[in-house]
Design a protein around this ligand. Structure first.
Ligand code: SF4
Ligand code: SF4
Length: 441
């Protein structure tokens, strides 16, 4: 089995919802769409109160390179375009739509027929992915089309597809591979055309044997797609670790995967790409796992963007003694501060973390055990970065590679002294990044 060599940890997998088929969450009465639900600049609203919209209609456009179009996930009437608190509590510009019926744009193919033959050309595929507002659904929400605007001097050797789903609890990628594997592979074919790469490699962790076997069987029809089993180890799905596992290539520090001839996409993103390229369907839904050791119900939902988080919570019920509700997985996700907010692209989970597990241990002195160093997949010294960030020595933080931290949390996970390593390293990384940017101005 393939894997990366440096660091990594083995948290409890807790893939409790893996047997739950994807269910469509009912269309709500109203949706609220943040114009920022991707990495990069906010999109610009092109609708106003009183406008009628259909499902899949463009409602906010990308005006800069790193930005993504936004489409209405419902049909109805726009009631307001104004700031609304997001799940962190910050107010962000959003478009609120009252739902009426479920009327789709005529240009979208709403049939369930699987369209295998790709007729679009390379530039048309990239343009379609951009037009449909597709972003990476593995967590970062980076606009997908930008990855395929490859500089002419670079060559793409591999499309790398992340089916690892290494975050505990989350099972939507697993279900997509089982339920829409064929469409994912057509999406991968579209990416091969878009990039000119001769080969795609899909990596799936060994804890999903059914998905591995299913995709391997489907991929036997495609000589240019290979499926590999990966060791179950966190953070197997991180970009650099996945490239190392599947190609043996190492992305140099501070560089992007294209430096070593690779572009990485998450498996659910390949499904969104299939829908965009073959069905002209914009990204208007997100896939979300509802889970937790005491969850009243385990679900994998397909949810229209802009659905209220509290509406989903009242449907599934909040278990007693819940200390935190986390979005995005226990390792890299964030606790939701405001449940009166709304689903956005790439919101992959609502996890109920028990009160007892949600509390941090009492922070003690570092005992120099070196566990954090052994765990770090980037070969960093987290205890040292913590100390440097604490005393605001950002020059030294830079020298010791803080900007290479992928914020995976592996260091903090096993620290016997409960030191908030990642929290402080994040602060240090932000400040060091600012120092570098202002120095280079
Ligand atoms: S794991 Fe914790 S106690 Fe051990 S060296 Fe790292 S910071 Fe110190
Ligand atoms: S959070 Fe950063 S420092 Fe900690 S293990 Fe991950 S990469 Fe290393």
């Amino acid at each position: 089995m393939k894997t990366f060599k440096i660091g990594g940890i083995h948290p409890e997998e807790n893939k409790l919802a893996k047997e739950e088929a994807i269910e469509v969450f009912p269309i709500p009465k109203q949706v609220t769409l943040f114009v920022t639900q991707h990495l990069g600049a906010p999109s610009t609203p092109i609708v106003q109160a009183g406008d009628k919209v259909k499902v899949g209609q463009l409602v906010a456009t990308a005006q800069t390179l790193v930005c993504a179009n936004l489409h209405s996930p419902v049909s109805g009437t726009v009631v307001k375009v104004e700031p609304v608190p997001d799940m962190t509590g910050y107010r962000k510009l959003a478009i609120t739509i009252d739902v009426e019926d479920d009327i789709w744009e005529e240009t979208i193919d709403t049939t369930s027929e699987i369209r295998k033959e790709i007729t679009l050309t390379k530039p048309e595929i990239i343009e379609r992915i951009k037009a449909c507002g597709v972003v990476g659904l593995g967590g970062a929400c980076f606009p997908t089309h930008v990855k395929y605007m490859v500089p002419p001097e670079k060559k793409v050797d591999y499309i790398i597809v992340n089916g690892a789903e290494c975050e505990p609890y989350i099972t939507t990628d697993h279900r997509i591979m089982l339920e829409n594997g064929e469409e994912c592979l057509i999406g991968v074919q579209a990416l091969l055309i878009a990039s000119g790469a001769p080969e795609a490699r899909i990596g799936i962790e060994a804890n999903k044997p059914d998905a591995f076997e299913h995709l391997q069987r489907l991929a036997s029809q495609y000589p240019n797609i290979k499926v590999f089993k990966l060791k179950t180890k966190y953070p197997q799905g991180a970009e650099k670790q996945l490239i190392k596992s599947l190609t043996g290539r190492e992305v140099p520090n501070g560089k992007l995967p294209i430096e070593v001839g690779c572009i990485v996409n998450n498996i659910t993103t390949t499904y969104a790409i299939y829908e965009a390229v073959q069905k002209n369907k914009p990204l208007i839904e997100t896939y979300t796992t509802i889970s937790g050791k005491r969850a009243k119900t385990l679900k994998n939902y397909k949810i229209r963007l802009g659905t209220s988080i509290s509406e989903v919570l009242s449907t599934v019920g909040i278990p007693e003694n819940t200390g935190k509700i986390v979005s995005g997985g226990p390792m890299m996700g964030k606790a939701i501060a405001n449940i009166n907010s709304y689903f956005v692209k790439g919101m992959s989970s609502l996890l109920f973390i028990d009160e007892s597990e949600s509390k941090r241990g009492v922070v003690e002195e570092c005992i120099r055990c070196g566990k954090c160093v052994t765990a770090c997949p980037m070969g960093l010294e987290p205890y040292l970065l913590y100390a440097l960030a604490t005393r605001a020595d950002y020059e030294e933080c830079e020298k010791h590679g803080i900007m290479n931290c992928i914020e995976c949390g592996s260091c903090q996970y096993g620290c016997p002294a409960f030191r908030p390593l990642l929290d402080m390293i994040r602060v240090g990384k932000n400040k060091t990044g600012y120092m570098i940017r202002t120095r280079n101005k």
